[in-house]
Design a protein around this ligand. Structure first.
Ligand code: F6R
Ligand code: MG
Ligand code: MG
Length: 386
């Protein structure tokens, strides 16, 4: 019998800026899901948050992209948004881009990661919840978990993993995906996913039996809304153990606080800090970007847990390094590479600034001078002189 784990998240308002939701919002969402559990639509659920995003973790038998489940999530977010409006919280209802639900929350604002599975004898799963960053933020750790033997000892040691994994890489601009095989096509995978703003690892499968081991939400809010609305604050699900990477190998990939896009106004690079629930609110410069990991076992669809996995001294040094990197990056102020590059700034004020200044740009050098500059650079002018 198959069960589905669905993690659906949205930012529908928060206290004192984009910091964290109000407990009454979580209570409102919980009430909606509790009723659905009572009716038998959900087997189990858990409601939490990271930063300003409400996270709905749900199990059921309806499969992925099930209209009833998506509508339920939509209604839970609507209830939380209603509370936000009553309390005059900030950005109430922000991620609900449409007034009407239309069968699937994807494309309407919320982020979705769902995985349908036949429960193994024991089914250890980790859900990841990030704020102030984008789906591609998971590229580096997911690659390390499933393709890097320096991270995952099991790739070398465990015969069940030895064949490697299939990476489904999604192009968020074209809406197309490609399946690539690790380790054979490792360099092709990296050539794509090293551009995390465009190519996102969406799903990972074990090669030997096609078991789906991971899924990442790929919704990019800005691209959906056509303008800047906030970053996409992704979620991910990773199954562990039994011929998959061990829980500790999965978490190990987050011990390096790599730079990701997001942070203040979704327009800055900063380190991704692995945090426990108590640090799952964003303060400095609306960040820095952070990720929480919850550990579960699934038992006939029941969610056993969570364990707050980054709540460990073993990640203290990662956090300290991340804070140092945050300080270093912040000192660049509005300069790249702290601020994102022009392609990413397209959705913010950059086009407006260029438009405003377009008549004030004047040509200050003659064309032949510009040509000489390029000749000097390419070294051709020297030969001409001889
Ligand atoms: C980033 C984010 C915040 C806001 C910032 C400005 O994802 O949500 O950094 O972009 O607080 O918010 P507004 O424009 O709503 O004042
Ligand atoms: Mg927000
Ligand atoms: Mg957020």
């Amino acid at each position: 019998e198959k069960i589905t784990l669905s993690v659906i998240k949205a930012d529908v308002g928060s206290i004192s800026g984009h910091v964290m939701p109000h407990p009454d919002q979580l209570a409102a969402a919980t009430k909606v899901l509790a009723e659905a559990k009572q009716k038998g639509l959900l087997i189990d659920f858990h409601v939490t948050h990271v930063g300003d995003d409400i996270q709905l973790i749900m199990t059921h038998r309806k499969g992925v992209d099930a209209p009833e489940i998506h509508e339920l999530a939509w209604n839970a977010f609507k209830a939380a948004a209603k509370v936000a409006r009553e309390l005059k919280l900030y950005a109430a209802g922000q991620d609900l881009l449409s007034d009407a639900f239309s069968g699937n929350v994807r494309g309407l604002g919320p982020g979705v990661a769902e995985i349908e599975m036949v429960e193994r004898k024991a089914e250890p799963v980790i859900t990841f919840h990030a704020d102030k960053t984008e789906p591609g933020a998971f590229n580096l750790p997911i690659f390390r978990i499933f393709a890097d033997p320096f991270n995952t000892a099991g790739l070398v040691i465990d015969p069940r993993m030895h064949d490697g994994f299939i990476f489904e890489v999604y192009d968020v601009f074209e809406g197309k995906s490609v399946k690539l095989s690790a380790p054979e096509e490792m360099y092709d995978i990296l050539a794509l996913i090293g551009t995390p703003g465009r190519y996102v690892v969406r799903r990972v499968y074990r090669k030997s039996d096609n078991l789906q081991a991971a899924v990442v939400s790929v919704e990019r809010l800005n691209l959906i809304a056509g303008k800047y609305v906030g970053k996409d604050d992704p979620v991910a699900i990773v199954r562990a153990q039994h011929g998959l990477p061990a829980a500790g190998e999965v978490l190990e990939a987050f011990s390096f606080p790599h730079l990701v896009a997001g942070w203040m106004r979704g327009s800055h690079h900063g380190p991704l800090i692995p945090v426990p629930q108590r640090y799952a609110k964003v303060t400095r410069f609306d960040g820095p970007p952070r990720v929480m990991a919850l550990g579960w076992n699934i038992a006939k669809g029941k969610l056993i847990g969570p364990v707050d996995l980054f709540d460990d001294v073993a990640f203290d040094e990662t956090r300290r390094l991340a804070v140092q990197i945050a300080e270093y990056m912040r000192r660049h102020g509005p300069f790249m590479p702290h601020r994102l590059g022009p392609e990413e700034m397209e959705y913010t004020t950059l086009p407006a600034v260029l438009e405003k200044l377009k008549d004030r740009f004047v040509k200050t050098e003659e064309v032949h001078v510009i040509r000489r500059h390029s000749e000097l650079l390419s070294g051709t002018s020297e030969e001409e002189q001889k």
